[in-house]
Unconditional design. Structure first.
Length: 435
């Protein structure tokens, strides 16, 4: 091999494909690379006997971009005639399975590169297609078919799942109440609980209902259902019902974020009510309660001295007693969750829930409603302190999916969205690298 050929093979890494470069040219749109197999293999694929050389044919494949320009491999393949008169194969060409699969227009490493760019670099399909000089449909079809095979075609990807996270996600912005714009997101939280890695997206199903989750769980085998011990979710009753019916042995956990968020909503409604009663209008700049609306929701340990002084001044007014009491309960909930001692946190949470269950004055309508709601789900709320499972990683994955919708400029096909989400969420990273 000449030195120049060796340098070209090294730069383009064609040796890993089993081919060597014989020439190159720069076209108007593409960089063209002429190559041939490093060694001839005249073995007949049927009878495994050596054949005799007949002629050569050319096969054009899309390969990785070179210095930012789309590349085309022009592979010169030898064709052979089988010497065995009894063989069914008369003419065959040398196998290049290491380079590309049969009838493919992309090299194997290009297919892997496409998925890596989508999964690791979060590139859009359009950007990947432009870099390769191929159509959007070619890139999208390859990504979807590979994702479907790596997930739905291999049931073992559900092995080891013991902790599930379930949440809703709006995959498109539609109009009307009947628009199917929500999906149920199902996440494996086991790696997070075990401290072995990030959560991974398992699947998404259309709708946010008891039937949506029940159908998905029911479609899994009994071994999977028996293995799931914990299901973390928000306050939606439909998911709770589905988990209870299909996974009776699993412990359901109410996510801390949604508990605190519910308490924050009640505190805000209380502040708005008192604001309207005392001043007769909605909050405006300069109004005492309006000025501390963010301070009220800030954890006590994070408040500055200035914020503490402003809050004390507001609570000095007896007309604001309702807000002060509700804020105190809100802070107790936050403190219970943040206690490093889970047993102490669980006890503090139980005492807080019991305190707001009954005995709340009727004037504190928001707090009374909060107490009834939380007490009804006390078992799921307290289960967090025993299991440590939360939907925080699920919300993180939802954030990635929002980013996917942005770079793709929206989706109209739910099946495509689900498969692209499985790629974008990072679940397939290790499997893609192994392709």
């Amino acid at each position: 091999m000449q030195t120049t050929d060796l340098v070209a093979d090294t730069i383009c890494r064609t040796v890993e494909l089993g081919v060597t470069i014989t020439g190159a040219a720069i076209g108007e749109k593409f960089t063209h690379i002429d190559c041939r197999p490093v060694a001839e293999d005249p073995t007949c694929p049927k009878c495994r006997q050596p054949g005799r050389l007949r002629d050569h044919i050319s096969r054009v494949l899309t390969d990785l971009p070179i210095v930012g320009h789309p590349t085309r491999l022009h592979l010169r393949l030898p064709r052979f005639t089988c010497n065995d008169p009894g063989c069914e194969v008369t003419v065959f060409r040398q196998s290049i399975n290491k380079v590309a699969v049969p009838k493919a227009t992309l090299t194997r490493r290009t297919a892997r590169w496409i998925l890596q760019r989508l999964a690791l670099d979060k590139m859009s399909v359009s950007a990947v297609a432009k870099a390769l000089g191929v159509s959007w449909n070619v890139v999208n079809s390859l990504a979807l078919s590979t994702a479907a095979n790596l997930v739905h075609g291999q049931p073992e990807h559900l092995d080891g799942v013991r902790v599930l996270g379930v949440d809703e996600h709006k995959w498109k912005h539609g109009r009307g109440q009947g628009d199917p714009s929500f999906v149920t997101v199902i996440v494996d939280l086991t790696p997070v609980i075990d401290g072995l890695g990030p959560a991974r997206l398992l699947d998404m199903v259309a709708g946010r209902s008891t039937a949506a989750l029940s159908t998905w769980l029911g479609a899994r085998d009994q071994a999977f259902r028996d293995r799931v011990k914990i299901v973390s979710m928000d306050g939606f009753a439909g998911y709770h019902t589905a988990a209870k019916d299909v996974l009776p042995q699993a412990r359901t956990v109410r996510d801390p974020f949604h508990v605190v968020h519910l308490a924050a909503e009640k505190l805000t409604v209380c502040r708005q009510r008192v604001q309207q009663i005392t001043l007769g209008h909605r909050g405006r700049s300069g109004d005492p309660l309006y000025g501390v609306k963010r301070v009220l929701l800030t954890r006590k340990t994070l408040r500055t001295d200035k914020q503490k002084a402003r809050l004390e001044a507001v609570f000095a007014d007896e007309n604001h007693i309702d807000v002060e009491v509700t804020e105190h309960i809100y802070q107790d909930l936050v403190a219970a969750y943040s206690d490093p001692d889970k047993r102490a946190g669980k006890l503090a949470m139980f005492k807080t829930l019991k305190r707001v269950k009954t005995g709340v004055p009727k004037e504190l309508a928001e707090l009374a409603q909060l107490g009834r709601s939380l007490w009804k789900r006390r078992k799921e709320i307290l289960a967090y302190f025993d299991t440590g499972a939360s939907n925080g990683p699920v919300e993180a994955i939802n954030g990635r999916l929002e980013h996917l919708r942005g770079i793709a400029l929206g989706f109209r096909n739910l099946e495509h969205y689900i498969l692209r989400s499985l790629i974008h969420s990072g679940q397939l990273r290790e499997r893609i690298n192994a392709l």
